[in-house]
Structure formats: structure tokens, C-alpha cells
Design a protein around this ligand. Structure first.
Ligand SMILES: C[S@@+](CC[C@H](N)C(=O)[O-])C[C@H]1O[C@@H](n2cnc3c(N)ncnc32)[C@H](O)[C@@H]1O
Length: 259
């Protein structure tokens, strides 16, 4: 395997003394580079950025004494979910519960025009059983993981919202990772009464799936929600080219519409 195919650990960008001032893969190193290499390269780099986000955010939450539960809307391969479990364990979050909301049947039929042709009904499916298998294999706080199965427009009911409100448990960290505008709309509606000051909103697909347009996709759902909620958000961390996190706070005089 050539130097450029060693993705593990992810390819660091190293400086060098002299032009072009960084070490770059060259024609010899990339001679037999193919599509599989590209996928592995992107995945390793992307998941590394996400893992760094979880590390930083659990430090933020712990340092600021923001207690609450983890919610993930879009759980698929249990990658980010496992990151939350690992960082919760590292930060000794012994009271945190972890809520996994997913159809466990993949995407619904898209009703908006996305730019990703593979986002079709049933894409990105992981069954509930396989998901819980990964949680158990991971071996951290599995007894505090709860799944809510179903498409959000049907599963995120007023009754379920009431149960969460009545439990008195707030969200400290939420990952919205469900790709589509129409999937994100009911999620923002559902989480609104469960937020608290200091809660972190991680919006994974802010610039994905709709050519980065803030008028479309999850970004649009996020902006629309900001127009109707009492909560304000301040930008916190960037996660790669695709996502951002925000801290939730209250201030009736602050401007709305932050991206
Ligand atoms: C990109 S994947 C999530 C990746 C995951 N966070 C990980 O790290 O492995 C998107 C997920 O969103 C779920 N999803 C998208 N729209 C949904 C909807 N309307 N209702 C329920 N689940 C949905 C899909 O089933 C899929 O599991």
C-alpha cells in the first residue's frame, strides 16, 4: 500500500520548509488511487472531525455544568451515537440518557429536490436490532439507550412530546443528522420545549444535499424554526464543510436568523 493509502490515522496536513509549503500526495503516490480509496479517505477525515466535535462539546457541557440528555435524530451506523457514548463516559456523565430517533428503515421518499441522487427511499438503512447490537458491542451505558422507531412525521407525536416534557428531562446535546428538509421540520418542532440554556444543537447537514443553499434543506428548516421559537442560538463550532453547532440561550431582544 502506498503512502497515500494509509488513511489510519487520517492523513494529516503537514507543513514543510519549501514549496509548496505543505506535503502533498503526488502523481506517484496516487497512481492507482480509485473510488474506494476516495471513500475511505473522506470517511476517515469526516468521522475524525465529528469525533473531535464530540470531545470538545462534552468538555464544554461539563465545564459549563449543562446537565441533560443526548438526542440524535438520524442514527444509521451508530457512528456519532457511539462518539456520544464514549465522550459521555470519558466525562463521567453518570446520569445522562441517550435517545435514538430513527425510522430504522432509512430515508423516507424525498419530497424536496436534493442534489444527492443516492438519497432515495430506504437509503441509509440500519435496523433497530443492528443499531442496538452496535450499542451493546460498544459496551458503554447501553442500559440508558432508548430508541424511538418511526418516520418523524408519524413518530414525533404530541403525546410523545408530552411524555418527554413530563419526565422533566432536558436536552443537553442534540444531533440533527437526517439529511432532508422534510425530515428536519418535525424534529425542530419536537425538541423546542425540551431545550434549555446551554444546550448544544449540532446540525449535521447544514451545507449538505442541497448544494449548500440556506434556502433549502436542513438549513431552511433551521432558519424557519428560529423565526417561530423563543430560543436564540449563537454559533459555536464548525464541523467540517457540512455542519455547525450552536448554543441555545434566551434573550428576547436578540436578532433572529443565525446561520
Ligand atoms: C446520514 S444518516 C445518520 C448517520 C448517523 N448519525 C451515523 O453517524 O451513523 C441519516 C439517518 O436519518 C434517518 N432519517 C432520515 N429522515 C428520517 C425521517 N423522516 N424519519 C426517521 N428517520 C429518518 C435515516 O433512517 C438514517 O438512519
Amino acid at each position: 500500500m502506498s503512502e497515500n493509502k494509509k488513511h489510519f490515522p487520517p492523513v494529516p496536513i503537514e507543513g514543510q520548509i519549501g514549496e509548496p509549503w505543505v506535503v502533498l500526495g503526488d502523481g506517484r503516490g496516487l497512481a492507482d488511487w480509485g473510488r474506494d480509496d476516495e471513500i475511505a479517505y473522506n470517511q476517515t477525515n469526516r468521522q475524525t472531525e465529528k469525533a473531535l466535535f464530540y470531545r470538545r462539546t462534552f468538555d464544554f457541557l461539563t465545564d459549563n455544568r449543562v446537565a441533560g440528555d443526548y438526542h440524535e435524530y438520524g442514527c444509521h451506523r451508530c457512528r456519532t451515537f457511539r462518539m456520544s457514548l464514549t465522550e459521555a463516559r470519558r466525562h463521567n456523565q453518570t446520569d445522562m440518557h441517550f435517545h435514538a430517533f430513527d425510522s430504522f428503515e432509512g430515508l423516507p421518499e424525498p419530497t424536496t429536490d436534493t442534489s444527492v441522487e443516492i438519497w432515495t427511499r430506504g437509503a441509509l438503512t440500519t435496523s433497530e436490532q443492528d443499531f442496538m447490537g452496535m450499542v451493546r458491542d460498544h459496551g458503554i451505558y447501553a442500559d440508558r439507550v432508548h430508541t424511538v422507531k418511526g418516520f418523524y412525521d408519524q413518530s414525533l407525536t404530541e403525546d410523545l412530546k408530552r411524555q418527554y416534557i413530563d419526565s422533566g428531562r432536558k436536552i443537553s446535546l442534540i444531533n440533527i443528522d437526517c439529511d432532508l428538509y422534510e425530515s428536519a421540520v418535525p424534529v425542530f418542532q419536537f425538541i423546542d420545549p425540551l431545550l434549555q440554556e446551554g444546550a448544544v444543537l449540532y446540525i449535521d447537514d447544514l451545507f449538505a444535499g442541497y448544494k449548500g443553499s440556506p434556502r433549502k434543506g436542513v438549513a431552511r428548516a433551521f432558519l424557519e424554526w428560529q423565526g417561530r421559537t423563543r430560543w436564540k442560538v449563537v454559533r459555536h463550532l464548525d464541523i467540517g464543510w457540512w455542519g455547525r453547532s450552536y448554543i441555545v440561550y434566551l434573550d428576547k431582544d436578540a436578532a433572529v436568523g443565525v446561520l
